[in-house]
Ligand binder design. Structure first.
Ligand code: OAD
Length: 268
């Protein structure tokens, strides 16, 4: 069963020395021009510039005393469905107040440009906030689901839940069952069809970009390695080094909201 699980920490060789960022973005643009298919994996870092804390940012305020790794589990929901649904509602509320940032918008434009040129573009995201869709990205593969869909723990009915705040904690289904966020928790299986589609995209792309993810949670973290083993060019954009940094062709130390607009073709 493929479920989200932190990879073992490994001693990472020092990442390649940083080249001039402009030279890197020009090289990425050349990769884009040459590639007929692009697969992009995004993580919480892409939403950071919209004001949404990354998963491993220190939790603030009310949530400081809770370890997110503890709350994002079926056991936590079974133990205290009100607390866990309130925690997700707080994240939904923050997300509703945020806007897609230039990184999200650049990815949506990149999809338009590549698909207009008859090229293949697959967006794979670990994010559950749906800011990609709000920016105009189409058909992203949501590896970890989304907190805008809630599922009944009794009858299994899934429903988009747009009410902010939620009417009650946990929200109730028509059948009376408690509804849980439609996200993948630690220890739970990812959707096999979504994961298979993501792996296919990684295997068949000519260019793979890992954006704003710590590359610490499997099975998402292995997509970059699948792509490079299949011969794709690989790019990472992250202010910090990750376990992937020393394995990619270009590792840019930067923020996606700043770098991604630079790799887009000049607006024609
Ligand atoms: P993390 O919080 O683990 O990592 C966020 C990454 O974004 C870090 O490597 C930051 O350096 C980077 N970052 C921060 N600001 C950035 C910016 N402006 N531009 C680019 N990168 C930036 O979040 P994820 O990698 O998404 O799983 O975490 C993967 C999974 O771990 C999540 O989906 C969640 C969590 O456990 C589940 O909920 C199942």
């Amino acid at each position: 069963m493929d479920s989200p699980r932190p990879v073992e920490s490994i001693d990472r060789p020092k990442t390649v020395t940083e080249k001039d960022q402009q030279a890197q973005t020009e090289m990425i643009r050349r990769f884009l021009d040459q590639a007929d298919s692009l697969a992009v994996l995004t993580g919480a870092g892409v939403s950071a510039e919209s004001g949404i804390p990354t998963f491993r940012d220190a939790q603030t305020g009310l949530w400081a005393k809770y370890d997110p790794m503890e709350l994002a589990t079926p056991e936590a929901f079974a133990r205290d469905p009100a607390l866990v649904s309130r925690w997700y509602d707080e994240r939904r509320r923050r997300c509703a107040e945020c806007e897609p940032n230039p990184g999200h918008l650049a990815l949506a434009r990149l999809q338009d440009e590549l698909e207009a040129a008859g090229k293949r573009f697959t967006l794979i995201t670990q994010n559950v906030d749906r800011l990609h869709q709000r920016a105009g990205s189409r058909d992203p593969l949501e590896l970890h689901g989304t907190f805008w869909i809630w599922r009944c723990t009794s009858c299994g009915e899934e429903r988009e839940e747009r009410a902010i705040p939620l009417p009650e904690y946990p929200p109730r289904c028509r059948c009376g069952g408690a509804r849980r966020p439609g996200v993948v928790w630690f220890g739970e299986a990812l959707s096999e069809s979504v994961l298979a589609a993501a792996r296919r995209a990684a295997e068949h792309c000519e260019l793979f970009m890992s954006l704003g993810t710590s590359s610490l949670v499997e099975p998402a973290a292995s997509l970059g390695r699948i792509a490079s083993s299949a011969g794709a060019k690989t790019v990472e954009i992250n202010p910090q080094e990750t376990p992937l940094s020393s394995r990619v062709d270009i590792s840019v130390r930067g923020a996606t909201g700043e770098i991604l607009p630079l790799i887009l073709p000049a607006q024609g």
